[in-house]
Design a protein around this ligand. Structure first.
Ligand code: EPU
Length: 449
């Protein structure tokens, strides 16, 4: 039953339950009716990327962690499978997980679990800190880039681990009984490396200083979770994080922050369909770049409260220029969705992807829907068109799939999207939430259309 019994999805009259284990789902196509007008309120789930890191961090504590506001997505189920593979007990209750890592015993994570989700590599830091040994297969590349783990490895070596990579498995052994605090400089503010090293350093002897850290809200959320377990972490959210190692951590209860990428995806949904949507809960500070770009092209963004944003779509938008950057720069995870919007904005916009080397595969799919986009290396030049037309399209990665749904909602006619396993990885009931706003979209087994 692994992967099916746990973490049943909240249900309501209008929100259809989904099976969390994506592999069990027959291949489907998502049919999206175009020219949608949306209205109303959409609830935002907990942040995927906080949740995955925090689930890894629960390995640091020999008690039970209760994590609330966990999104019902396939990546969470995959992380549950990984934690169980190393001896952890997990139960769920609505959107909360109780994760009991008392019997953590296994330092080796099976390849077939790691190769399905890159974030699974993040368990290397906690395993090493707690057991003194970790053997985690290299996650390999994925649809958006090669995604090496050299910064994780260099940092763990600085913390006193011997690391060898043999037959595709990263094997890390603490040279002494515990890791040792160190000064670490990251060549690039990698989210994952910052998280791996911060987690590993919580149980090290002495002080660790990590320079040029990632400043993403999910890094802060992870730090706050570790602090709730008794870790001493200072400066998360700045470029320098200081960790004073402690002997052990204790049980805690923690609520995940709202998903800023899901929220921003719905903000673009309002803009591209020229509709008005209220989106909550959000932390508006986490959405600064997305709000700035929406306002720059002419959409109206209204702060209804410190937890709620309303976006009022407009009939016409101007062009803009977007460059993806580490936080607080424009998020790479919103690049595809904004590109969909810019295909229907006047003039020539540019979108430059600097974080991942292969995250522009949606360009070809948007062009199949009538978009006018020229690719020059990592820069897409988007010339606005008056309308898109529905077409059969293929989702190539998680955020590309969201972009194609948005484009499909705005297009003339019907769009049929394949590659839905990407969507299921990271959006908690996207289709049901859109239906509640008035959109018409539904899945059909492939070949039965
Ligand atoms: N990089 C290296 N060496 C390393 C680590 C990273 O060269 O050791 C490079 C990567 O190849 C990439 C860049 O640094 O070119 C940024 O990678 P980073 O480590 O910051 O990303 P990540 O931790 O692998 C997380 C999110 C991504 C998000 C990025 C950037 C999780 C589980 N994933 O990935 O989320 O795009 O940060 O913000 O936290 C998504 O949700 O769709 C998604 C891909």
């Amino acid at each position: 039953m692994r992967g099916k019994d746990i973490f049943s999805v909240k249900q309501s009259n209008s929100i259809q339950p989904i099976l969390i284990n994506g592999q069990d789902r027959p291949e489907s196509v998502l049919r999206i009716k175009g020219k949608a007008t949306l209205s109303g309120y959409v609830p935002i789930s907990g942040a995927k990327n906080s949740t995955l890191a925090i689930m890894a961090a629960t390995l640091l504590c020999s008690g039970t962690s209760r994590v609330r506001n966990v999104p019902a997505i396939v990546d969470v189920q995959k992380m549950i499978d990984i934690l169980r593979a190393v001896g952890v007990k997990i139960t769920s209750d609505h959107n909360a997980l109780d994760i009991d890592a008392k019997d953590l015993s296994e330092s080796h994570v099976p390849y077939e679990l790691v190769n399905q989700m890159r974030a699974s590599f993040f368990v290397i830091g906690p395993l090493l800190a707690r057991l003194g040994v970790a053997r985690v297969p290299l996650p390999g590349g994925c649809a958006i880039g090669t995604r090496p783990v050299d910064l994780h490895v260099k940092g763990l070596q600085a913390l006193g681990a011997d690391v060898i990579i043999d037959q595709g498995i990263v094997q890390a052994y603490a040279r002494q009984s515990r890791l040792q605090g160190a000064k670490i400089y990251l060549d690039y503010p990698s989210v994952g490396a910052t998280e791996t090293l911060m987690m590993a350093a919580t149980l090290a002897v002495g002080e660790t200083v990590i320079e040029n850290c990632a400043q993403e809200p999910e890094v802060i959320d992870l730090a706050n979770f570790c602090i709730s377990m008794g870790a001493k972490i200072y400066g998360a959210g700045t470029k320098t994080i200081i960790i004073e190692g402690v002997d052990q951590l204790h049980s805690c209860e923690f609520g995940i922050i709202p998903d800023r990428i899901e929220a921003a995806t719905f903000m673009v949904a309002a803009a591209i369909t020229r509709s008005t949507i209220s989106i909550s809960p959000v932390i508006p500070d986490h959405l600064t770049a997305a709000i700035a770009k929406l306002e720059e092209i002419g959409a109206k963004v209204i702060l209804e409260s410190d937890r709620c944003i309303r976006v009022e779509g407009q009939p016409r938008y101007h062009h803009t220029h977007i460059e993806t950057l580490p936080y607080p720069g424009f998020p790479t995870d919103m690049q595809a969705q904004f590109m969909a919007l810019l295909t229907l904005s006047e003039g020539n916009s540019t979108v430059k992807e600097t974080v991942f080397e292969n995250r522009l595969q949606h360009v070809a799919e948007l062009c199949r829907m009538g978009a006018n986009i020229m690719l020059q290396g990592n820069i897409a030049v988007v010339t606005g068109v008056s309308s898109l037309c529905g077409a059969p399209v293929m989702a190539t990665d998680l955020r590309a799939s969201a972009a194609l749904v948005l484009a499909g909602l705005a297009a003339e006619g019907e769009t049929q999207m394949q590659g839905l396993h990407h969507l299921d990885r990271g959006y908690d009931q996207l289709e049901a939430k859109l239906r509640n706003l008035g959109a018409t979209l539904y899945r059909q087994p492939l070949g039965s259309e």
